[in-house]
Design a protein around this ligand. Sequence first.
Ligand SMILES: CC(C)(COP(=O)(O)OP(=O)(O)OC[C@H]1O[C@@H](n2cnc3c(N)ncnc32)[C@H](O)[C@@H]1OP(=O)(O)O)[C@@H](O)C(=O)NCCC(=O)NCCS
Length: 181
Amino acid sequence: MNQAELKYREATPEDIKDIMFIEDNSFEQGIREEEDVFLERIITFPNGFLLLEYKNKVIGYICSEIWEYQENIDLLDLKLGHSIKTIHDPAGEELYISSMGVLPEFRRKGLGELMFESLSNKLLKTYPKIKSILLIVSKNWLSAQRIYRKNGFREVATIPNFFQPLNLEHQDGIVMRSRVR
Ligand SMILES: CC(C)(COP(=O)(O)OP(=O)(O)OC[C@H]1O[C@@H](n2cnc3c(N)ncnc32)[C@H](O)[C@@H]1OP(=O)(O)O)[C@@H](O)C(=O)NCCC(=O)NCCS
């Protein structure tokens, strides 16, 4: 893979088809976000929605929100399909990573981790008040968990059966947090 052909950029509403293609190839039916949810994220916080391109083709996405910091997280805030508009606060102290995905043929090359680091470094610089990063991951998503643990995330809660894919076994959600300053 020619590293010089890799590029990051902010998402725009015109990218929605590419984002949905990655979503459909990354998550099972029943736990995918809807198009409208992604569009609202792009419009509300374009700075927090990054795409990774290889040879000008979109191969990955990562998106985020900024929340007011709460030591004890309201588990309802983590729900799939929640509206970014009602919770996003650029003056907040917590960065919430709402999702990320890389097309299957581009996985296990370090790109997921690069994408994660690129977004968090950029936002930590732009929003100096952020002191913590939060996310929820299925107990089955081992690659994602490995990236987060390597980057200092620790488990803070488990939500039984949080992920409920269609016609498949439910999966516990692991809430992870990293204190960044
Ligand atoms: C999670 C996800 C985005 C990670 O993307 P990725 O590009 O594969 O991530 P990385 O390559 O940085 O790291 C993943 C794995 O590749 C390994 N790896 C990194 N560089 C590598 C290389 N050059 N050669 C081989 N393996 C490598 C990592 O050690 C890690 O190992 P693991 O799979 O055994 O845990 C991707 O797997 C994905 O889209 N999964 C489905 C959706 C998902 O789970 N999203 C997370 C939501 S919280």
